[in-house]
Structure formats: structure tokens, C-alpha cells
Design a protein around this ligand. Structure first.
Ligand code: TTP
Length: 188
């Protein structure tokens, strides 16, 4: 059985693997995400997952896992907000509308490579200025694509979703575990 290496600093990705009892170790990865210029969300998350995956060293018997999540709304990609104004702008645009969350995943071993994406549609309630300001003041938006966390206080913004909830949180865990079986990695 291979050793799974999660090359991610996202606490959500770590806790999703723990939730389903997949053993893993962590390795640091720090790519400059701004070098991706495509506005196509499928391409962007694939390229970023691959960039992250190829930036870490791979030792014997290891399987590297990396991922990238973005929000896509009317042809624009929303990553993490730079500041309060940026978060306010994103949340105002998402208010009352449907957007898509894309996560790209890369799995890599010495002899094999898998890249896939998963898409989830999310509809937001109509939000007034005060609600958006109150949410920003919790600081929940700042380390998250699209400026919200569906798994935390951002749950209050969400009216409906179509697709995998866990994909929005940062890893489409059901599909991922199916893919990991091809690398002889299984839940304990
Ligand atoms: C939309 C949404 C995103 N997110 C998070 C998931 C990702 O951690 C983050 C998007 O940033 P990413 O660049 O995908 O990931 P990261 O920088 O946190 O971690 P790393 O690159 O080291 O793997 O947004 C939520 O936690 N909840 C949500 O509802």
C-alpha cells in the first residue's frame, strides 16, 4: 500500500481525509497561484492542481494529492479575497444568484497520474448590505475562494446546492476515494 501525501495547507482538506479515515502525511507546497491567467474555471483548477502537484518531491511508494478550488460567476473566477472591499464585491455579486464551485484534483505516483475536476452549483439567498458586512466582520471569508465558507458561518448565505457539498469545502471526497483505490489507497 502506498503512502498518501497531502500537499496542502487547507485545514478543510485535512479534515475531510480524516473524516473518512484515509491515512496521510502532510508536505509543504507553496506555488504562486497568480501565474495562471486563464479565465476558464475548469482549466484554471486543473492547471493549479497540477502546478501544486508537480512542485513537491515524490519519494518511493508515495502518492501525492493536491487540489485547487475556485468560484466561477458569469465568466469571472473568484479566488480568495485580498481585503474587505474585495470580499464585499464578491458577496454582492453572488447575492441572489447561482454560481459554480470548481475543484481540480491531482493524484500522482511514480508511474501514474490522475487529474479530474468536479463542479457544484450553489445558489445564494438575497443578501442585504448589513448581512454582508456582518459576515465579513466574522473574518470567515478571508482564506476561502469566493469569500465564503459553506461549512462555517457562510452556511447562512446558501439557499440551495446541486452537486457534491464536499467539493465546495475543497475536496470531492467520494469521487476522490474512488480514484485513490487505483493507487491502492483505502480508508482504514
Ligand atoms: C467556496 C469555499 C471555499 N473554501 C476553501 C477551500 C480552499 O481551502 C480555499 C480555496 O483555496 P485553494 O487555493 O484551493 O486552497 P488553499 O490555498 O486553502 O490550500 P492549498 O493550496 O495549500 O491546498 O477555499 C471553503 O473552505 N469553503 C467554501 O465554501
Amino acid at each position: 500500500m502506498g503512502q498518501l501525501v497531502l500537499a496542502s495547507s487547507s485545514p478543510r482538506r485535512q479534515s475531510l481525509l480524516k473524516q473518512v479515515n484515509i491515512p496521510f502525511i502532510l508536505r509543504k507546497q507553496d506555488v504562486d497561484e497568480s501565474i495562471i491567467t486563464t479565465q476558464n474555471p475548469t482549466e484554471a483548477v486543473k492547471q493549479l492542481a497540477v502546478l501544486k502537484g508537480e512542485s513537491v518531491s515524490l519519494h518511493d511508494n508515495e502518492v501525492i494529492l493536491t487540489a485547487d478550488t475556485v468560484v466561477s460567476f458569469q465568466g469571472s473566477i473568484f479566488g480568495k479575497p485580498q481585503n474587505k472591499d474585495d470580499a464585499f464585491d464578491m458577496l454582492t455579486k453572488l447575492s441572489g444568484n447561482i454560481h459554480e464551485v470548481y475543484t481540480g484534483v491531482m493524484i500522482r505516483s511514480e508511474n501514474n497520474k490522475t487529474v479530474f475536476i468536479e463542479k457544484t452549483e450553489v445558489e445564494f439567498w438575497d443578501l442585504n448590505e448589513q448581512e454582508i458586512m456582518d459576515y465579513i466582520s466574522t473574518r470567515d471569508p478571508f482564506d476561502k475562494a469566493g469569500s465564503y465558507g459553506i461549512q462555517s458561518r457562510g452556511a447562512l448565505l446558501v439557499k440551495r446546492i446541486i452537486g457534491d457539498y464536499f467539493n465546495v469545502v475543497g475536496l470531492p471526497i467520494g469521487r476522490l476515494v474512488r480514484e485513490l483505490k487505483k493507487y491502492s489507497i483505502y480508508p482504514k
